[in-house]
Design a protein around this ligand. Structure first.
Ligand code: HEM
Length: 209
């Protein structure tokens, strides 16, 4: 009894978490678009526009807070999903699709948080980004090229904010949406296949000898 229930519970939990992941991604994308109506991706302008969003725009603080919670929540829930999927591993194509897309989605969610580091243009974000650029620069062969690409010339300024904003709001957020859909589709397919296998084995058991 216990052996039958354990994989079923894990599989259902993984599907429920995939629905939560897709919902969080959609909420973050929608609130991100709402933020972008008033957000100014420039050095200094970013800080002032976010302050205006929080203090002057009606419900702006709420939209900013929801974006923050959904974005950071996505990282947490996708990490839990990886553990749940690892415990209920199946190694069939639908499971592998969900597994690989789940891992990629977690990495993209972390990258979304990382690219947002400089988007508020605060002292904390600026110096954290400065330190992390130093680490990136130590990567052999590609380190300095990567710094040039990210910053747009080497120094942290308006071009850097624009680069990170483009990566955050277009490249990574669209990537996250696509991966969240693939992830849920893989898990739903797996549930369907599992049900089919169960029905086939039930039919074989009820055959007269
Ligand atoms: C899947 C979609 C998205 C996710 C998961 C996501 C995630 C995040 C995260 C984690 C933060 C940092 C929040 C914090 O800790 O303060 C953030 C900030 C931000 N995001 Fe997104 N984001 C998404 C889409 C977008 C889009 C589509 C836009 C704009 C078109 C956008 C614009 C911003 C801006 C302007 C900030 C800075 C706000 C602040 O620091 O308070 N995001 N995002």
């Amino acid at each position: 009894m216990k052996n039958v229930q354990y994989p079923f519970v894990l599989q259902r939990l993984a599907t429920i978490l995939a629905v939560v992941i897709l919902s969080l991604t959609l909420i973050a994308a929608i609130t991100g678009i709402l933020l972008s109506f008033y957000y100014e991706p420039t050095a200094g302008g970013a800080y002032n526009s976010l302050n205006a969003i929080k203090a002057e725009i009606p419900n702006g603080w709420l939209v900013q807070r929801i974006h923050d919670i959904a974005g950071n929540g996505l990282i947490g829930v996708s990490l839990i999903e990886i553990v749940v999927m690892f415990l209920g591993e199946k190694f069939r194509p639908s499971w592998l699709t969900a597994w690989i897309s789940g891992i990629l989605l977690t990495l993209v969610a972390i990258a979304l948080g990382w690219t947002a580091m400089l988007l508020d243009w605060t002292q904390l974000g600026y110096w954290r980004f400065q330190i992390e650029l130093g680490t990136i620069e130590t990567i052999p062969l590609i380190g300095s090229v990567l710094r040039q690409i990210l910053t747009g010339g080497g120094a942290i300024n308006t071009v850097t904010v624009a680069h990170l904003y483009t990566l955050h709001s277009y490249v990574l957020s669209i990537g996250a949406l696509i991966l969240a859909i693939i992830h849920l589709a893989g898990l739903l397919l797996q549930e369907k296949e599992e049900k089919q296998t169960l029905m086939e084995s039930d039919a074989q058991l009820s055959l007269p000898e």
